[in-house]
Design a protein around this ligand. Structure first.
Ligand code: SF4
Length: 70
């Protein structure tokens, strides 16, 4: 892949150390400014995330949000 999303590189450390806690990334189960997990490259359907632990809502959001390439 030629264009690796910057956020993936930025979260490498978090992944290596295990998933981040929701509180640490300001996770909320509602969208923020139109951004939501279902549109994030780190989201793992149906309700998980590559870098944040626990159950993740498709309509949720956190500070590691990285938009999927369109
Ligand atoms: S916004 Fe945060 S919790 Fe949601 S999928 Fe992306 S990285 Fe995971």
């Amino acid at each position: 892949m030629a264009l690796l999303p910057v956020a993936l590189i930025a979260t490498d450390r978090a992944v290596a150390q295990g998933k981040a806690k929701k509180e640490a990334v300001q996770y909320q189960d509602t969208p923020k400014n139109g951004q939501k997990c279902i549109d994030c490259v780190l989201f793992e359907p149906p309700e998980a995330c590559k870098v944040v632990e626990g159950k993740i809502a498709p309509e949720g959001w956190c500070s590691l949000f990285a938009p999927k390439p369109s």
